[in-house]
Design a binder for this molecule. Structure first.
Ligand code: G3H
Ligand code: 13P
Ligand code: NA
Ligand code: ZN
Length: 328
């Protein structure tokens, strides 16, 4: 059954686990996540970005998620809109049956330039009013995602002078978080602690100075009833990078957020953990391997089946590591 993000994360907070929120764009990704959830008895967050809606079309996304709910009646599912750039986008998702929306007011309407704090409060409060009236949850974002190592915003690029973020813009301030929650009423808050979107997060495995896990507990103490969200949480598995390279792909040396660091984040109060890139890497590696090893193969199902299995493996590992398994 579809439930709201607030319902699911209240349960997660009560029991101290984290929920992976996987980005979905197509049938095989949704199947992979649901199979993994079924085998580990985990609740699910399926999230669709603007890119996903453009790729699949809103009716296909909605009906595929409804099909998942029908096939797996015992698994609670949150259908979440990832990174809404405007209240209007959020309103459309609410109308089309999403049970949770993210109003990302940390960026302006172009979804690139950092916004003012006042703008962020205004648009997020507006979405909370619309969403809460119909039982839909809202995630906001405070601070700008970006690598503390390089000053790069990852895929949220084009910001600041020379596209670099200042250290201040890159970490969420607990005092401001408290004010933001009081003024908006968000159910969940995406925080900036040094993670960034995409595969190229760190040039070396991250340590305490480039990932501010300690900051999470301070923010959690300031806003204990607002669920914390960690974006850019792919771990960028080295074994999948090697498979991609072995079968003809070209991916430069790069590192993600180690699963152990995410687990520390969950222990400090993170409840929703956004993951897209890891599923992309696993699916691409698996598909490359199929076509490389069997050049005569032209049935796409052979590659997609391998991709689905690879994605499912990632999902099962995350459900288990985050303590989500056994909580459906
Ligand atoms: O927030 C970024 C997610 O990874 C979604 O990516 O916009 O390419 O669908 P996308
Ligand atoms: P990754 O690129 O690290 O998977 O992050 C995804 C994300 O934060 C989606 O909102
Ligand atoms: Na989101
Ligand atoms: Zn994100």
């Amino acid at each position: 059954a579809l439930i709201s993000l607030r319902q699911l994360l209240d349960h997660a907070a009560e029991r101290g686990y984290g929920v992976p929120a996987f980005n979905v764009n197509n049938l095989e990704q949704i199947q992979a996540i649901m199979e993994a959830a079924q085998e580990t008895d985990s609740p699910v967050i399926l999230q669709a970005s603007a890119g996903a809606r453009k790729y699949a079309g809103e009716p296909f996304l909605r009906h595929m998620v409804l099909a998942a709910a029908e096939m797996y009646p015992d698994i609670p599912i949150v259908l979440h809109q990832d990174h809404g750039a405007t209240p209007k986008v959020c309103q459309q998702s609410i109308r089309s049956g999403f049970t949770s929306v993210m109003m990302d007011g940390s960026l302006r309407e172009d979804a690139k330039t950092p916004s003012s704090y006042e703008y962020n409060v205004e648009v997020t409060a507006k979405v909370c009013e619309m969403a809460h009236a119909v039982g839909v949850s809202v995630e906001g974002e405070l601070g700008c995602l970006g690598s503390l190592e390089t000053g790069d915003a990852g895929e949220e690029d084009g910001v600041g002078a020379e596209g670099k973020l200042s250290h201040d813009q890159m970490l969420t301030d607990p005092v401001q978080a408290k004010d933001f929650v009081a003024k908006t009423g968000v159910d969940a808050l995406a925080i900036a602690i040094g993670t960034s979107h995409g595969a190229y997060k760190f040039t070396r495995p991250p340590t305490g100075d480039i990932l501010a896990i300690d900051r999470i507990a301070q923010i959690h103490a300031a806003i204990p009833n607002t669920h914390l969200v960690m974006h850019g949480s792919s771990s960028v598995p080295q074994e999948w990078l090697e498979i991609i390279r072995k079968y003809g792909g070209d991916i430069k040396e790069t590192y993600g957020v180690p699963v152990e660091e995410i687990v520390r984040g969950i222990q400090s109060g993170v409840r929703k953990v956004n993951i897209d890139t890891d599923i992309r890497l696993a699916m691409t590696g698996a598909m490359r391997q199929v076509f490389f090893e069997k050049p005569s193969e032209f049935d796409p199902r052979k590659a997609l089946e391998a991709a689905r299995k690879a994605a499912k493996g990632i999902c099962k590992q995350r459900f288990e590591a985050f303590g989500c398994a056994g909580n459906a």
